[in-house]
Design a protein around this ligand. Structure first.
Ligand SMILES: NC(=O)c1ccc[n+]([C@@H]2O[C@H](COP(=O)([O-])OP(=O)(O)OC[C@H]3O[C@@H](n4cnc5c(N)ncnc54)[C@H](O)[C@@H]3O)[C@@H](O)[C@H]2O)c1
Length: 429
């Protein structure tokens, strides 16, 4: 398969062209023949014009690529090495929602031919590829796994908004259902991943590796958040403590913050689900999730308490929330925990305005039902700097003074203005 792909005698198809799928499709298209398939025709139309609908890639990334974008599943039949990069969200009960990955498996299963490969890149729990996806491929294709077609799993590790750790500069974990599959999958990814690949010993190991990377982050951030709850009661600035402790060589550099998005706040639920299935209640992971999910409510309550303490009638209070995306310097608002802050403040009848230089007002309205403002309107009783976008990093105390009423509160969640605010009432985690 590797030789055929390299010589353009075989074609790669990428199913699901989002944050993960499009970059890998374009990277392969610099070296191989690629068909990029997505179920959303409007996204496909944009990509045909060299526009990344996820707003991560520059249009020049499309230049010189041997890629055909399509929303027609029939076109996948012309490909031989299929990469699936569709969402793996959770449902309202925090359980894995496998609908997109099963749907994509059906699409690929219907297009599968003898000798084809299917590689999953979507984040799943260990065992999902073989137990949940392969049977669908077999059923739809009428072919036999390992004999007629091979399967691999290669998790994606890109970090949206990160211009340093990019797709090609991060070691890629690869795996295959047997030695031959592993070798082909590894060599094919080596064509584009400059940092090289790590050959995992099985599909399950590769699946587990990805899920624990994000689980480890989640649990550590939860610990930092818990520390900030303790220190807040003692009037100790958590970031001051972390700065001091961080001078030790083996102190891990984690910080408290709102854990949103579709990876860190979601993936541990996949592992929790699997752990339960195999008879273990993973209490520590569960606690991490509980703690991090309660952060937005906690922040809002602190703001409310401080506004009341400043003798302001909470129903007349106006709060400006700066930043609504799930993390800094991205446009992605999915599973943003800033929304929890907004909703909790609103539940106290506070008048909340939210603003963000990256988020789309239309998308926020559709997803969360509230109207962001385009520009600030008058004075506020509190300003909550929730997301440390580049645009928000170098403002001055005078800037925040102009936004705030007398006795107004400046909440700097990530502590980026620590030691820079002299006169204003200031609170950070
Ligand atoms: N975004 C990240 O930073 C990141 C990083 C590492 C891993 N992951 C994982 O990668 C996977 C994909 O995430 P993403 O962020 O790229 O998602 P995304 O929402 O940005 O993109 C998914 C794309 O798949 C399309 N799609 C959905 N169902 C489909 C189907 N049945 N057939 C074809 N296309 C379909 C959607 O229209 C969308 O364009 C998830 O499992 C995620 O956990 C994401």
């Amino acid at each position: 398969m590797f030789t055929k792909i390299k010589n353009k005698q075989a074609t790669i198809s990428v199913i699901g062209l989002g944050y993960v799928g499009l970059p890998i499709a374009l990277e392969f298209a610099k070296k191989a023949k690629v068909i990029g398939f997505d179920i959303k025709p409007e996204r496909v139309e944009l990509m045909k014009q060299g526009i990344d609908p996820s707003k991560e890639l520059d249009s020049k990334e499309f230049n010189g690529c041997d890629i055909e974008f399509t929303a027609n599943a029939e076109d996948i039949k012309r490909a031989h090495f299929h990469i699936i990069a569709v969402p793996t969200p959770i449902d309202d009960h925090n359980l894995p929602d496998l609908k997109p990955i099963i749907a994509a498996s059906k699409t690929v299963g219907a297009a599968l031919k003898k000798g084809d490969y299917v590689v999953y890149e979507s984040t799943v729990y260990p065992g999902c590829t073989e137990e949940d996806c392969v049977p669908v491929l077999e059923k739809l294709s009428g072919l036999k796994f390992e004999i007629d077609f091979k399967v691999g799993f290669s998790p994606e590790r890109i970090n949206p908004g990160d211009k340093v750790h990019t797709l090609t500069s991060i070691t890629k974990v690869v795996s295959g259902c047997d030695a031959e599959a592993l070798d082909n999958v590894a060599k094919i990814y080596e064509m584009v991943i400059k940092a090289g690949v790590h050959r995992a010993s099985s599909l399950k190991v590769a699946e587990a590796a990805k899920i624990i990377e994000n689980t480890q982050r989640d649990v550590n951030i939860a610990l930092m958040y818990e520390l900030s709850l303790i220190f807040n009661r003692m009037n100790i600035n958590t970031y001051d403590v972390l700065e001091a402790a961080g001078t030790k060589w083996n102190f891990l550099k984690f910080f408290p913050g709102l854990v949103g998005g579709h990876c860190i706040g979601v993936d541990p639920y996949y592992l929790l689900h699997k752990a339960k299935e195999v008879g273990y209640h993973a209490k520590m992971i569960d606690s991490g999730r509980f703690i991090n999910d309660s952060m937005g409510g906690y922040v809002a309550k602190q703001v409310v308490k401080k506004i009341i303490a400043a003798d302001k009638n909470i129903k007349d209070a106006r709060v400006l929330v700066m930043g609504v995306t799930f993390k800094e310097d991205v446009a992605d608002i999915r599973n943003s925990k800033v929304v929890d802050v907004v909703r909790e403040l609103q539940s106290y009848c506070v008048n909340v305005e939210a603003i963000d230089p990256h988020a789309s007002i239309k998308e926020v309205k559709e997803e969360y039902g509230y109207d962001m403002v385009e520009k600030v309107t008058g004075k506020y009783d509190a300003v909550v700097l929730a997301v440390q976008h580049e645009e928000y990093k170098n403002l001055t105390e005078d800037y925040f003074k102009l936004l705030l009423n007398e006795k107004g509160l400046f909440v700097d969640l990530k502590g980026i203005y620590k030691n820079k605010i002299k006169d204003l009432k200031y609170w950070s985690l």
